[in-house]
Unconditional design. Structure first.
Ligand SMILES: O=C(O)[C@H](O)CO
Length: 329
């Protein structure tokens, strides 16, 4: 634990990039208490740490629910999450208490879109499997029918959730020769979709017609488990499924069955339920499933910028000023 002298009190739930902590300490006027570790704050420490604080800077791995809000007490004014996702925050309880929320959209869009494309290519061109074959002696000679996968050229790409990250993915995939973009979501976005000549379709059609599906939607009650048995059954046998949003958008048992039964060709996941995925999880036994440890936004520059934005959101909220990125509840 590290403590510095300020007038308002804030709790920071993890070791964050130095730039973010510096932004807090240079602003003056607060006392910062931090769980100064790379590992998540234990629940008991979170409940104790937040007690009596006016500000909370948290991460997507911290569940901020009624229990935490009660432990904080009525003085808590601002919650600033160093993430664009906010499904870990009990927004209904937060709103009831009049607490303001800051988050970090935009600054991680490029990094996350880049990782989505990397994961898509790694999955459809079987990169982890191929690297493994080189190491284990499976590479005996050049073979016409060996390690073949699927390419983007002339393909149909379906984006589930054409938000900031979905658009940035489409923008990056277009030069690979994608024939057509489809998108599904809560409503059509004709002006945005025009850039990619993307067609708004029901999710069932997205599943049926896409060669590649990239999930970039937010996790909400509406999207929870939306990629389920029915969805995977509709997908083409040679199609590839990519998820860089939140694990809970996918019914993982249904995905496992789709991969094992050859209903779809492959899947690439940067997000799972739970995180971390237990090392004996069935999905990890599949060669046609590439799993990354939620590294969408993990560039040094992006994480620095996220931490500074999270700090600035917190400070602005504490001062009663407009936040650089406030989540409107
Ligand atoms: O919600 C977020 O900020 C992302 O998932 C982090 O990569």
């Amino acid at each position: 634990m590290r403590t510095a002298r300020w007038a308002m009190e804030v709790f920071v739930t993890r070791r964050i990039p130095a730039a973010g902590l510096r932004a807090l300490s240079e602003a003056g006027g607060c006392t910062v208490q931090q769980w100064d570790s790379n590992e998540p704050v234990p629940r008991a420490e979170l409940l104790a740490g937040v007690a009596g604080k006016q500000g909370l800077l948290c991460l997507l791995s911290d569940r901020i629910d009624k229990e935490v809000l009660d432990a904080a007490g009525s003085g808590l004014k601002v919650i600033s999450t160093m993430s664009v996702g906010f499904d870990h925050l009990a927004l209904h309880e937060i709103k009831k208490r009049g607490i303001r929320v800051g988050y970090t959209p935009d600054v991680l869009t490029d990094a996350t879109a880049e990782l989505s494309v990397a994961l898509l290519l790694a999955t459809c061109r079987r990169l982890p499997e191929s690297v493994e074959e080189v190491k284990n002696g499976g590479w005996t000679t050049w073979k016409p029918l060996w390690m073949c996968g699927y390419g983007l050229s002339d393909s149909i790409v379906g984006i589930l959730g054409l938000g900031r990250i979905g658009q940035a993915v489409a923008r990056r995939l277009k030069p690979f020769g994608v024939k057509k973009f489809l998108y599904a979501g809560s409503h059509p976005k004709p002006e945005i979709a025009a850039e990619f000549q993307a067609e708004f379709v029901p999710i069932t059609r997205l599943a049926e017609e896409s060669d590649f599906i990239v999930v970039t939607c937010a996790l909400t009650p509406e999207t929870q488990g939306i990629c389920n048995k029915d969805f995977f059954c509709r997908m083409k046998k040679n199609s590839v499924f990519i998820n860089t949003s939140r694990g809970a958008v996918v019914n993982q048992e249904d995905l496992y069955n789709a991969l094992v039964n050859g209903q779809i060709a492959a899947a690439g996941l940067d997000v799972t339920t739970p995180e971390p995925l237990p090392t004996d999880h069935p999905l990890l036994s599949l060669k046609n499933c590439v799993i990354l440890p939620h590294i969408g936004s993990a560039t040094y520059a992006t994480r620095n910028t996220m931490s500074v934005l999270a700090a600035n959101n917190l400070l602005a909220g504490l001062k009663g000023e407009p936040m650089p990125s406030e989540l409107l509840l």
